[in-house]
Design a binder for this molecule. Structure first.
Ligand SMILES: Cc1cc2nc3c(=O)[nH]c(=O)nc-3n(C[C@H](O)[C@H](O)[C@H](O)COP(=O)(O)O)c2cc1C
Length: 304
C-alpha cells in the first residue's frame, strides 16, 4: 500500500489532486461532482465582495492543442450569494478552499471572513489574475505582505496565496508571503499573452490580453515551483499544465506537495482518478511507501 494522502497546513487531503480555481468552481453541484470524481480538494472560482459580470466574448479560446488563452474578467456572483453554493460543495466530504479577491487588503479580508462563515476550510488569495486589476497586488512584495497579514487577522482557517508568474523574481514574493504568515503557496496563475486575428487585424480576445494556461504553461510553472521550493518552507501547491499523472509527478519532484488541475479538465472529469492512480503506481514501481518521500527530490545532488 502506498500512502498518497497529503497535509496542507491543517488540511488533510486523501490524495494530492485539487480542482484549480475558475474551472467549473462557481456551481455547488459541479464542485460536488468534482469531489465525487475523486479530487482530494476543491478550489472555488475567485469570489469578490460584490457580483461582477466579467468581460464580453470572446473570452476563452484554444490557441493550440491543450493550450488556452482566457480573459474572463473574474465573473462571479459575489460573496453573499456564493456562500449558498459553498455549502453545497461541502457535502462532497473533501476540503473546500474558497478563492477570494478584492480591490485592497481589507476587501480581501472581508471576503475571506464571509467564506469562513460559510464553511470554507481554507482561503486561497487570488492576487494574480493577469488581466484584472488585482495583478498589481501580486507583483508587489509590500502589497502581498499587507494582504496576507490583513486576511490572517480576519480568519482562523489556513490562508493560501496564489502567485502571479508575471514578475521578474517570483521567489521574492513567495518569501514575503511566508514572512507575512501564509500557510501555503499556490504557483502559478496564467501568463500574460495575446493572439491577433490576421483577417480582422484585431486581437481575438475582447479584453485583447489574457492569460495562457495548459500544456504550454507547464515548463514555466515547473520552473516557478522549483525556484520557490528553494526559498520557502511552507507547502507549495503546483498548478500549470497538468494534463496527466506524469505532469503531476514532475511538479512534485520540483517541490509541490499537492497539484491543481485546470485546463486538464477539457479531457474529462476522470482526470483526478487517473492522476491519483498514476502517482500511486509510479511510487509503488519505484519502491516508495509515501508520496512525501519524493517531494522536491529533483533538488538533490545527482538526482535520485
Ligand atoms: C477559464 C479560466 C478561468 C480561470 N479563473 C481563475 C480564477 O477565477 N481564479 C484563479 O485564481 N485562477 C483562475 N484561472 C487560472 C487557473 O486556476 C490556473 O492557475 C491556470 O489555468 C493554470 O493551470 P492549468 O494549466 O491547469 O489550467 C483560470 C483559468 C482558466 C483557464
Amino acid at each position: 500500500m502506498v500512502d498518497i494522502s497529503v497535509n496542507l497546513s491543517k488540511l488533510k487531503l486523501r490524495n494530492p489532486t485539487m480542482l484549480a480555481s475558475g474551472i467549473v468552481g462557481i456551481s455547488g453541484k459541479l464542485l460536488l461532482r468534482v469531489a465525487n470524481e475523486g479530487a482530494g480538494a476543491l478550489v472555488t472560482k475567485s469570489i469578490g465582495p460584490e457580483p461582477r459580470n466579467g468581460y464580453g466574448n470572446p473570452c476563452l479560446i484554444e490557441v493550440f492543442k491543450n493550450t488556452y488563452l482566457n480573459a474572463m474578467g473574474l465573473p462571479n456572483p459575489g460573496a453573499k450569494f456564493f456562500s449558498k453554493e459553498l455549502k453545497i460543495a461541502k457535502k462532497g466530504g473533501v476540503p473546500v478552499i474558497a478563492s477570494v479577491f478584492g480591490a485592497n487588503p481589507s476587501e480581501f479580508a472581508h471576503v475571506a471572513s464571509e467564506m469562513e462563515k460559510a464553511g470554507a476550510d481554507a482561503v486561497e488569495l487570488n492576487v494574480s489574475c493577469p488581466h484584472a486589476e488585482i495583478a498589481i497586488i501580486g507583483q508587489s512584495c509590500e502589497l502581498v505582505g499587507e494582504t496576507v497579514k490583513e486576511v490572517k487577522k480576519a480568519v482562523k482557517i489556513p490562508t493560501f496565496i496564489k502567485l502571479n508568474p508575471n514578475v521578474t523574481d517570483i521567489t521574492e514574493i513567495a518569501e514575503e508571503a511566508e514572512k507575512a504568515g501564509a500557510d501555503a503557496i499556490t504557483a502559478i496563475n496564467t501568463i500574460r499573452a495575446m493572439t491577433i486575428d490576421i483577417d480582422t487585424c484585431k486581437p481575438v480576445l475582447s479584453n485583447r490580453i489574457g492569460g495562457l494556461s495548459g500544456e504550454a504553461l507547464r515548463p514555466i510553472a515547473v520552473r516557478c515551483v522549483y525556484e520557490i521550493y528553494e526559498h520557502v518552507r511552507i507547502p507549495i501547491i503546483a498548478v500549470g499544465g497538468i494534463l496527466q499523472w506524469s505532469h503531476a509527478i514532475e511538479h512534485i519532484l520540483a517541490g509541490a506537495t499537492a497539484v491543481q488541475i485546470g485546463t486538464g479538465l477539457v479531457n474529462g472529469f476522470q482526470i483526478f482518478q487517473e492522476i491519483s492512480g498514476g502517482i500511486e503506481k509510479y511510487l509503488a514501481e519505484k519502491g516508495y511507501k509515501s508520496i512525501k518521500e519524493i517531494v522536491g527530490i529533483a533538488h538533490q545532488e545527482g538526482g535520485n
